[in-house]
Design a protein around this ligand. Structure first.
Ligand code: NAD
Length: 485
């Protein structure tokens, strides 16, 4: 085992979880055993929540201008440790180094946004009657939880950490059991940045501890990012327990390519979108709708896909089960009549034989009834469906139950606007393959890609992490003002 056993982080200390269940942490890059987690018991969660609850009064009463000073320092520490954090991210997740660097750079951008929160959370005040004023303040919720997936070991935790904590909340983080290492380093860096003990805590585990978080009476709000199946479970369970919940789920993002699209740029964008992070992004393009004759662009997409070399500029998928699942989607589509133009099955990377790789895969003549067209594949695979008109393309896009992203590739502004207005997705790209809004804009999908109100990052997250206090104030008793008194 390369690293020591992973511990929970409670009240500023690394402590052992106490259940008898352990889960190995295996690097997808080469199959090496990196470490193991011990799952947390309910008592372990209680201890973390108690620490967060104890820290809350002082932290929430610290002025926000002071609270964000921690995040100025944290940002500097992320910059200082960029290489080390990126290497750890690649090791546990399997993505290539440059993708991990981009991930940590995104953490820096997310933190930078949090440092601007004092400018964004000022309340309102108005003299509503002579001598009487109403004012609003955004105040912290209390102890909040963040449950995260495997595909971004640092970025998704940092979607929630800087904003929730800068706004005065104390947090319980539940990392993915598949990639638990990065969160330990995040905890250390937050402490080094000056975050008081107990404000940020980490509990490891899987299903049981997630359920316990949803049930815990002292947790006010739960944010979740992961598959739609689990997002539904978490949203239903947390809200049944009367908690505030925002649960982001899976995706099936459609790229609509029109005949007037710029061929080279479109092909590069499509190939990068479907293969970046080995297709394990909730913003990855996994379905392309070819509108009319775009054979010349499909040819170029195949050329681009063939330039992508597993192990060099394409990372591993998370584990053997994912590899087999992805290959099964490809085989099934082929058996049902789709044509595999570029085939990434049976990929073995020399020197990394224990790694779990799938090469870039382009499949044409996918029909809407095939599983590959309906389900989230979460691998470096794109299925192309043919459509004759924009409306046909939109009908295909609209029929999918998810709604994270949709993109259109065209030089025609009218066609692009038509798609923007009618695509059923929260994040739209025009000539952009991965339309992730950057700060201060918010990240969040629609339909089965997100349950709950608001978005998880940017300005929209402020509403989720705070509640509004409304005060009506009168000091001039002599003024004869009896309004509402
Ligand atoms: P997952 O749903 O399997 O796991 C997410 C978290 O839930 C983990 O911490 C895991 O321990 C926990 N969990 C797993 N099964 C559970 C259960 N039955 N009950 C309670 N908790 C459970 O997701 P994953 O495989 O880690 O991540 C990939 C998925 O996340 C993809 O579907 C991807 O699209 C999605 N994702 C979505 C977004 C978004 O912004 N919408 C971002 C990143 C990832």
């Amino acid at each position: 085992m390369k690293y020591n056993k992973i511990k929970n982080y409670v009240a500023g200390q690394f402590v052992d979880a106490t259940s008898t269940k352990t889960i190995p942490v295996i690097s997808p890059v080469n199959g090496q055993l990196l470490s193991e987690i011990t799952c947390s018991t309910h008592a372990d969660l209680d201890a973390a929540v108690a620490a967060a609850k104890a820290a809350f009064p002082a932290w929430s009463k610290t002025p926000i201008k002071e609270r964000v000073q921690v995040f100025f320092k944290y940002k500097t520490l992320l910059e200082k440790h960029l290489q080390e954090l990126s290497e750890l991210c690649s090791e546990e997740n399997g993505k290539i180094y440059s993708e991990s660097v981009a991930e940590i750079e995104k953490c820096i951008e997310l933190t930078e946004f949090a440092t601007s929160l004092p400018q964004l959370v000022t309340g309102e005040v108005l003299e509503v009657s002579r001598g009487v004023e109403c004012r609003t303040e955004k105040v912290a919720l209390g102890v909040v939880a963040s449950i995260v997936p495997f595909n971004f070991p640092s970025m998704v935790p940092n979607w929630t950490i800087p904003n929730a904590i800068a706004l005065g909340n104390c947090m319980i983080m539940k990392p993915s059991e598949k990639v638990p290492l990065s969160c330990g380093r995040i905890a250390q860096l937050l402490k080094e940045a000056g975050l008081p003990d107990g404000v940020f805590n980490v509990v490891h585990g899987d299903t049981d501890i997630v359920e316990a978080i949803c049930d815990h009476p002292d947790i006010e709000a739960v944010s979740f990012v992961g598959s739609t199946k689990v997002a539904k479970i978490v949203y239903q369970r947390a809200t049944k327990n009367l908690k505030r919940c925002l649960a982001l789920g899976g995706a099936k993002n459609h790229l609509m390519v029109l005949p007037d699209a710029i061929p080279a740029m479109t092909a590069q964008n499509v190939a990068a979108s479907m293969s970046g992070c080995a297709g394990q992004r909730c913003m990855a393009a996994s379905a392309m709708v070819a509108v009319g004759n775009v054979d010349h662009i499909i040819e170029k997409i195949c050329e681009e896909a063939k330039k992508i070399v597993p192990g060099k500029n394409l990372g591993a998928v998370i584990n053997k089960a994912a590899q087999q699942r992805i290959e099964q989607f490809i085989t099934e589509a082929e058996q049902q009549g789709a044509k595999v133009l570029v085939d990434g099955r049976n990929t073995i990377v020399a020197g990394k034989e224990g790694g779990t790789y799938v090469g870039p895969t382009v499949i044409d003549f996918v029909t809407p009834n095939m599983n590959i067209a309906k389900e989230e594949v979460f691998g470096p695979v794109i299925g192309i469906t043919r459509a004759n008109t924009l409306d046909e393309a939109l009908a295909i896009e609209n029929a999918n139950p998810y709604g994270n992203a949709a993109s259109v590739f065209t030089q025609n502004g009218g066609a692009a606007r038509y798609i923007i207005d009618r695509a059923s997705a929260g994040m739209i790209g025009v000539n952009v393959g991965v339309p992730v809004p950057r700060e201060p804009f918010s990240f969040g999908g629609w339909n089965e890609s997100k349950f709950g109100v608001g978005d998880i990052t940017g300005k929209s997250s402020i509403e989720f992490w705070t509640k509004l206090k409304k005060s009506t104030i009168k000091w001039n008793a002599e003024a004869g003002v009896n309004w509402m008194s």
